[in-house]
Design a protein around this ligand. Sequence first.
Ligand code: FMN
Ligand code: MN
Length: 490
Amino acid sequence: MEDTKVDGITEESQQAAWRDLREFLDIAKERGELVVVKGADPHLEMGALYELSLRKTYPPVLLFEDIKGYPKGYRVCTNMRTSPLLVGNLDLEAVKNLRRARQRGIKNSIPPQSVNTGPVMANIQRDDDVKVLSFPAPKWHPLDGGGYIGTECLVINKDPDSDWVNVGTYRVMVHDNKTISVFIEPGKHGDIIRRKYWERGQPCPIVVCVGQAPVLGNVAGSPSGQGVSELAQAGGRIGEAIRVVHGEVTGLPFPADAELVFEGFMHSPEVESRPEGPFAEWTGYYASHTRPEPVVRITRVYHRDDLIVLGQPPAKPTYPGRQFNLISIAALWDALEAAGVPDIKGVWKLRGGGTRFINVISIRQAFPGHAKFAGMAAIGTVGAFMGRINIVVEDDIDITDTAEVMWALATRWDPATQTDIISDCWTGNLDPTLTPAKRKSGDLTNSRIVIYAVRPFHWKDEYPKVNQFDAEELEKVRKKWERELPFLRL
Ligand SMILES: Cc1cc2nc3c(=O)[nH]c(=O)nc-3n(C[C@H](O)[C@H](O)[C@H](O)COP(=O)(O)O)c2cc1C
Ligand SMILES: [Mn+2]
């Protein structure tokens, strides 16, 4: 398979792919980017095949059919989230496109449109008939604590004090036929909202959707402001309202064309908790171990015919197919701009750092203290959750090239005078550096470094000059000589 493969996608087909999961699969198939896998075992075999697919920078979309032990027609799909069909090539251009899409979603947000019914209502299990175990919940990794049905999912709950309906992506483990748990890190919107119910002695009404239009997972899996409706934002992104139906028991909205939806109530941890995890996470570790987590008691299940469970299990971030998460870069960039940092030329996350740990921000230094402004914002904005290493560089550095960033570090950074170390920052259970004592006491904080790999502003003009030809100059010479010298040909 080619390493870059977004050639020939029309904007129209890309929009259609964002809008509808089944259409996305049709387009991926037409383009030869879909691989159908028949007969795989959800107990570790699907997970191994998925992990093998990550050896490619652009892994194919895998559609598992005829899953061992489940009704014919039930399907699981992985690698949708990272498909170049949706996000383009893995470069800064794609990050800029995603930012434009995010901003369009917020600025032109379109509230969801309620409809009476939709494909998701084709099959309904009620009360005693609810059988969560009838749906494929793969055990993705060898040491996972159970089957995970939600990895690219929507968790929907509503603020009891306002009209705000939040949608977040939080992993979902299956416990038994009537019980699932949702792992929400402290401070995420889904957590802030559920606590409001518990403080009033009520269970939190909740809906979990495990197959839906690609645009919905994209808005749910990256931060928006408090009070912002991800459903309205998704509508704004695709230019039309997301059509929603309402749960029979909670009245909560969920997409009318969702694949599989669980509805129920999440009780406070004092009422009921069950061991959650371990789960192999994007950090490359089973870092959250096993903790008691509150559970959702399911009262309704809704699903389409021939349903598709979306799976996007994490994996060690050194695999080529797991080295990038452009949407999280876009979210950090947005947050830095919202914090007022001027002249940001690029934001990136270094390969190997998972999707969060190593942030690089490039600025065109315009005034004394500018780099510090950027660095402090990078550890303090919503996009900075779990960030640890933050590197500020100048705009002559190609931040998507790790060698360039390392060169800036090696040659522009004086550790004694160009470093800040800040403790007690927002991190979560997945952070492998949390000591057993910190985990036990609930002190989910880490320390962060900001490295200013920039030529100090007040004497930058006296800094030794970079010893490289001007790019245009080189190109001129290359062109002149390329016929004669084959090694120069592109
Ligand atoms: C595939 C995927 C899985 C995720 N799993 C979790 C999770 O298990 N727990 C969690 O707290 N955040 C998880 N996140 C991150 C949240 O989705 C993200 O922080 C989002 O902003 C949460 O929504 P909120 O801002 O409305 O709280 C995941 C993100 C993605 C893309
Ligand atoms: Mn939110």
